[in-house]
Design a protein around this ligand. Structure first.
Ligand SMILES: Cc1cc2nc3c(=O)[nH]c(=O)nc-3n(C[C@H](O)[C@H](O)[C@H](O)COP(=O)(O)O)c2cc1C
Length: 170
């Protein structure tokens, strides 16, 4: 029984949220691994029963190679352009015993726009029967490169702890 937290991140904000979510989960469950999507396995290793997947919201959705390249032209570190959450989820085989939660980071001042990477990832989870969707959450950054708004890492830790409830007893 284990949990995998997979993140995509251009400026490390989503990565920081992923680490905080994992901290929260570890308060409740033992085996929690955090991986960059570039190194995330497909299919998932045997024994993973909770997947938490998060990425930055790009153009109201999950990123694409073109938006990741755009982020690099706007100052993000290069090296993350090849594979994002969208491509990784797209290649994952369907799974009947996995619980899945999705999250994203978004810019707080445009929060009136409805689209988000977490919602798009959730749609992908349902469409491809990747597992049982248990929660979808957004965390807020101040601007494109961050930083995360005050309190968001605490909220991410609490959200992570709450996800442990969805682990199926074996
Ligand atoms: C090409 C591009 C498109 C973006 N589109 C959106 C958007 O539609 N909505 C939004 O709230 N933020 C948008 N953002 C801001 C990102 O959400 C922000 O850069 C991200 O949350 C930072 O997280 P990271 O450091 O993990 O990459 C966009 C950023 C880029 C680079």
């Amino acid at each position: 029984m284990s949990t995998l937290v997979v993140h995509e991140s251009m400026w490390c904000n989503t990565r920081a949220v992923a680490e905080a979510v994992a901290e929260g989960l570890r308060e409740r469950v033992g085996d929690v691994e955090v991986l960059d999507v570039a190194r995330a396995p497909s299919p998932l290793p045997h024994g993973v029963d909770l997947l938490v997947a998060g990425g930055p919201t790009h153009a109201f959705s999950m990123s694409r190679a073109s938006t990741r390249r755009d982020a690099v032209t706007k100052g993000a570190e290069p090296g993350h352009e090849a594979r994002g959450l969208r491509e990784w989820l797209d290649a994952l085989p369907s799974h009947d015993r996995l619980a899945v939660a999705t999250f994203d980071t978004r810019v707080a001042k445009v929060r009136r726009f409805p689209g988000s990477a977490a919602k798009a990832a959730a749609k992908e989870v349902r469409r491809h029967h990747l597992g049982r969707l248990v929660d979808v959450e957004s965390f807020w950054v101040d601007d494109m490169a961050g930083p995360l708004l005050e309190g968001e890492l605490d909220r991410a830790r609490a959200w992570g702890a709450s996800l442990a409830e969805h682990l199926a007893p074996h």
